[in-house]
Ligand binder design. Structure first.
Ligand code: SAM
Length: 356
């Protein structure tokens, strides 16, 4: 390992910040030895704040109907072969009931941008979940909405919101999205969510088409400056009916490397080992955790719809990816020295920082 790589890692550990050009250098310095040192440092930091617990979130994929046509996504509007579904309020509540009895204390409602879910519909669902399970956190991941809409949903009980920025480079953003979506619009949403008081998650795909070290360095600088409470990164995986069907998938190794860097930038960030990571490698989730991740999001959706929420080819939805298989997840985690942590798992110090 070069002295320069060591210097950059030590600087990152002590200052939680690098110059844009230094992030690029660190990405380019990747080899097994540098990755191992970064992961070791990331695990130390993660264990200082979160011990060896891994938070679990019950993921409910409420709809695969989407008005957007993101070029990379399997549930894009233009995929006429997708078998569409949406869950009713009752079905969503049944998922929460099941999740609660399995031990989940966070529910993540994720879906395409489906116009059926107006503010009124979502507020009713939120009131009902929070009425039944006041001690649980609800995370929404339903795409771009107005400031007013985000405010109403927050007032109705939503605690957290995941909206990946997808890329921190406007030119790259335009190459991944149709012309009716904009980088500025995405950034506006992220700022609104933070101003309103949500715990906010951003993130991006590793290995998305046209991404180079320059875009990745910008992503890291953006993450440093935006300072999200959560950060979802996973490898890009092609979907057979998307514009990028022939594009290669992202790399598990690079994803893990970036997870370690993000842990060192934001020591208390909630960092999932994503389904995409588990899809590309049988031990992907474990490798993510050993790189500094501290969250997993098993699938709580009804079995009848799990294969329909197909964002990319061969997306995992069974085995320890599935909410019912917590025992399998626990045994896999224990083999690497970790365990499931069932509490609702807010970011350490979030409430103190926010003065709540
Ligand atoms: N509609 C909401 C939104 O856009 O935030 C939530 C659902 S969206 C499908 C969730 C995330 O899936 C996106 O932010 C994107 O990063 C990821 N995703 C979509 N297609 C993917 C692919 N082909 N490979 C990996 N991740 C993908």
């Amino acid at each position: 390992m070069t002295e320069r790589a060591k210097f950059l890692i030590e600087k990152l550990c002590s200052e939680h910040s690098l110059e844009l050009s230094e992030y690029k250098e660190l990405i380019l310095a990747r080899d097994d030895e540098v990755a191992a040192l970064l992961a070791e440092r990331a695990r130390e930091v993660r264990q200082r704040h979160y011990g060896t617990g891994v938070y679990v979130r019950g993921l409910i994929e409420i709809s695969n109907i989407c008005k957007n046509d993101c070029l990379y996504c399997g549930i894009r509007r233009g995929n006429s072969e997708a078998e569409r579904y949406r869950l009713t309020k009752e079905e969503i509540l049944e998922c929460c009931d099941e999740g609660y009895s399995l031990g989940f204390r966070t529910f993540v409602l994720q879906g395409g941008e489906d116009p059926y879910y107006t503010d009124d519909v979502l507020c009713e669902i939120l009131f009902e979940i929070k009425g039944r399970y006041p001690e649980c956190a609800v995370t929404l991941s339903l795409g771009e909405r107005s400031h007013d809409s985000y405010s109403r949903l927050f007032t109705a009980g939503a605690d957290r919101y995941l909206l990946r920025h997808e890329t921190a480079c406007p030119v790259h953003y335009a190459r991944l999205h149709p012309t009716d979506m904009s980088y500025d619009g995405r950034m506006r949403c992220l700022r609104d969510l933070k101003d309103i008081g949500y715990q906010v998650g951003c993130g991006f795909m590793v290995g998305s088409p046209y991404q180079t070290e320059d875009e990745l360095a910008k992503d890291l600088k953006f993450i440093e400056e935006f300072s999200p409470n959560m950060c979802g990164i996973g490898p890009f995986i092609p979907h057979k009916k998307s514009v990028f069907a022939e594009h290669a998938a992202g790399s598990v190794e690079l994803t893990c490397y970036l997870l370690s860097i993000i842990r060192l930038i934001l020591p208390t960030v909630l960092l999932p080992a994503t389904t995409a990571l588990g899809t590309l490698a049988g031990d992907g989730r474990e490798r993510g955790i050993l790189s500094g991740a501290n969250v997993v999001m098993p699938n709580l959706s009804p079995h009848s719809v799990r294969t329909k929420y197909e964002l990319y080819n061969n997306k995992l939805h069974s085995g320890s990816e599935s909410a019912e298989a917590l025992a399998e997840l626990e045994s896999r985690l224990s083999k690497i020295g970790y365990h499931i942590e069932y509490s609702r798992g807010d970011q350490k110090d979030f409430f103190r920082k926010e003065g709540i």
